[in-house]
Write a protein that binds this ligand. Structure first.
Ligand code: SF4
Length: 360
């Protein structure tokens, strides 16, 4: 699909004008610092704007430059990210900052192609940072942009469909060519977030209505077709609450997978209807040391985006206190207040609080 130059112009100019008049005043729009802009893009990937603002401000105060972030221990970075979820973003951010230092002399590269070579930079983030921070005519497509372009140019296909994705990127590439590419990309996203919304788009207030094929043909409600959402999977973890003197045993998870790289009360996946014997076996396997279940201390439930999480807390003991295990990157005996300074997910934090209450 190649739209006419007139069609492209009927979108580009009015959308930029509309953006100038209506853009939300967001803190990362007041800075020219590429690092701060990059950070906002990473945080905004799976998190709402209103939630991101205080996190962005706090994180920047704690790690004000790429150099500061690169030099910080990973645990500090993960603890600065606590509450935002999707911790792989923080791990990639940290690794990318270290590569910016080692490969680019501490300065974030300015083109989408170079940015793409850094950890955590996909096509979207590279396009966003290159266009917004450096003024490159680099396209981007996120969920908002995909919806807007599907409607404006009547792009068929389900979200995730390859041909559809390719068409959307081609359209975004054509549209971003021109003045103020960063503002234009932000205008597209802002338009999708505030006007061309998934439900009840505000077509009568829309600055690009005359160029919108879906509006003209009465197909706004059909485009894009709704994605079928998979039901969240159930996941049950047994957590070992192993006390010794004033310490508890904590474990750091492997880098990949759920809560990758974060600390926790050592956990092992169990079946929803696991017996005590099965749970004992799983925890023994995870810790690489014989474990005896002394008491069930309680259950913590958390709803994550893709998971229904149940954490079962067991007070355990054993003949040998483990200090390392193949299932975890690290085991550490420390006090709960020392553990609070380690990077721990909100779910595991709640589990620790419940364990402490039960042990009192
Ligand atoms: Fe979206 Fe409606 Fe505007 Fe078309 S007319 S771009 S559907 S808000």
């Amino acid at each position: 699909m190649t739209p006419s130059a007139a069609h492209l112009a009927s979108v580009r100019t009015p959308l930029l004008d509309w953006y100038d008049r209506n853009k939300r005043d967001l803190p990362w729009r007041r800075t020219k610092d590429p690092y701060a802009i990059w950070l906002s893009e990473v945080m905004l990937q799976q998190t709402q704007v209103a939630t991101v603002i205080p996190y962005w401000e706090r994180f920047l105060a704690r790690f004000p430059t790429v150099l500061a972030l690169a030099a910080a221990p990973l645990d500090d970075v993960l603890s600065g990210w606590k509450g935002l979820g999707y911790y792989s973003r923080a791990r990639n951010l940290h690794r990318a900052a270290q590569e910016v230092v080692s490969r680019f002399g501490g300065k974030l590269p300015s083109t989408a192609a170079e940015l793409l070579s850094l950890p955590g930079f996909g096509r979207y983030t590279s396009g966003a940072v290159a266009s917004i921070a450096f003024g490159e005519q680099a396209p981007l497509v996120d969920g908002n942009v995909a919806r807007v372009l599907s409607r404006l140019f009547e792009v068929e296909g389900l979200p995730g469909d390859r041909e559809r994705e390719a068409t959307l990127w081609e359209l975004a590439t054509l549209l971003v060519k021109g003045e103020r590419p960063g503002d234009f990309n932000q205008a597209l996203m802002e338009h999708g977030a505030t006007t061309c919304r998934p439900e009840n788009p505000l077509c009568l207030l829309c600055p690009v209505r005359t160029g919108c094929v879906a509006f003209r043909k009465g197909r706004v409600d059909e485009l894009p077709p709704a994605k079928v959402r998979a039901a969240p999977k159930k996941l049950t973890l047994a957590l070992a609450v192993w006390a010794h003197a004033d310490t508890l045993l904590f474990a750091r998870r492997a880098d990949s997978g759920l809560f990758g790289g974060l600390w926790e009360l050592p956990a092992a996946e169990v079946d929803e209807d696991a017996t005590e014997a099965e749970t004992t076996l799983r925890l023994t396997g995870a810790l690489g040391a014989g474990v005896k279940l002394e008491a069930m201390l309680g259950t913590v439930k958390r709803q994550l985006t893709h998971r229904d999480l149940t954490l079962r807390l067991y007070r355990v003991s054993g003949p040998l206190r483990p200090t390392r295990s193949a299932a975890f990157q690290e085991l550490r005996w420390c006090t709960p207040s020392e553990a609070a300074t380690l990077g721990m997910s909100t779910a595991m934090q709640r589990a620790l609080e419940a364990a402490m209450t039960a042990l009192k």
